[in-house]
Design a protein around this ligand. Structure first.
Ligand SMILES: [Zn+2]
Ligand SMILES: [Zn+2]
Length: 345
């Protein structure tokens, strides 16, 4: 079969590899779509090395159909549409026992270590099958839409950390796919007003179409004036950092009202440092949280949100490439043009 194998930074080999089969406890998935993520770009550029191996098939946002069911596996039928939560947690460590499997210390991520979805077939490991990481989806949803359950699940996890209360004013910093998911989740959670900040006009227009009440261009407008105008000078209840720009952390804590909540959702570029005015956290009693990966329950929620049409996944996939053009697909994604790029084996 054809697969996109990561050999090392800058080296993605789209090549023939042996087609896997489903061993005992495993399920073989015929991949329908794998959407490209910023993490794939960072792995390929050598910017993300933690928990990343070599000589594995890239891709962690995928969906497909059950092609083979291994011995001893129950609950999956040939041809059923499926999606997989790519973080395989150990379920035994300190964090797993306390409901934080997303930060499991023994976590293995598909498309980072285990062979992922940028291939014609993907073998789901037995421990992932038995843990319920493979979800059966409703029939009739395009595979590239189902694949978005992965990034959406990560956003649902983040939402659990920063919370949106009824009528809150929420500031979304960055309108890439992640920002656009947080926008939609904030609206579904009852936000009274959502302000989205992004330099790209196309993305601001799209955010508006998805329901943002206010959009701002941070390169042309003073964001603190925009926020002040729309919050009676108080600041926002919640600010979510959706692009890994270090300076945004300080912007977020400056723009939050007293008692507000700030979520560093995006991993910051470079070494991850950001200089912040920590006294704002102190005097304004801010709650600053992070977000890492997702739990199986977030995946379950994300899938239901997609199946019921409450998240506009159909409008978020803007480009499609065949598997043989995976390198071009990743370049397209890295260019920032469009929203989500899907590779369709
Ligand atoms: Zn991703
Ligand atoms: Zn664990």
């Amino acid at each position: 079969m054809l697969a996109a194998v990561f050999r090392g930074p800058g080296e993605l080999d789209v090549t023939e590899v042996p087609t896997p089969g489903a061993g005992t406890g495993e399920v073989l998935v015929k991949v329908g779509a794998n959407t490209v993520c910023g993490t794939d770009v960072r792995i390929l550029r050598g910017e993300k090395t933690r928990g990343v191996a070599r000589d594995f098939v890239l891709g962690h946002e995928f969906s497909g159909h059950v092609a083979e069911v291994g011995r001893g596996v129950e609950g999956y039928e040939l041809g059923s549409p499926v999606v997989m939560a790519p973080a395989i947690a150990c379920l035994r460590c300190h964090y797993c026992k306390r409901g934080m499997e997303n930060v499991c210390v023994n976590k293995r991520i598909v498309g980072n270590v285990v062979d992922g979805g940028l291939a014609e077939y993907m073998r789901v490991p037995a421990e992932a099958v038995s843990a319920g990481n493979l979800f059966v989806a409703h029939e009739g949803i395009p595979p590239e839409h189902l694949a978005l359950a992965e990034p959406l699940a990560c956003c649902v996890n983040g939402l659990g950390n920063y919370r949106v209360e009824m009528d809150d004013t929420v500031l979304i910093l960055g309108a890439g796919p992640i920002g656009l998911f947080h926008l939609q989740l904030a609206l579904l959670s009852g936000a009274g007003k959502v302000i989205v900040s992004n330099p790209s006009e196309d993305r601001r227009v799209f955010a508006k179409e998805l329901g943002a009440h206010v959009v701002a261009d941070p390169t042309a407008e003073d964001l603190s004036e925009v926020v002040s105008e729309h919050t009676d000078g108080l600041g926002v209840d919640v600010a979510v950092i959706c692009i890994g720009l270090p300076s945004l952390v300080n912007d977020a804590i400056r723009l939050a009202r007293k008692g507000g909540r700030v979520n560093v959702f995006a991993g910051l570029s470079g070494a991850g440092w950001s200089e912040v005015e920590a006294n704002l956290i102190h005097y304004n009693e801010l709650a600053v949280t992070g977000a890492s990966d997702s739990k199986r329950e977030n995946y379950d929620t994300a899938l239901r949100l997609i199946e019921s049409g409450r998240i506009a996944v159909d409008r978020m996939v803007t480009h499609r490439f065949p598997l043989a053009e995976t390198v071009e697909a990743i370049e397209k994604s890295a260019s920032g043009e469009g929203i989500k790029v899907a590779v369709m084996p």
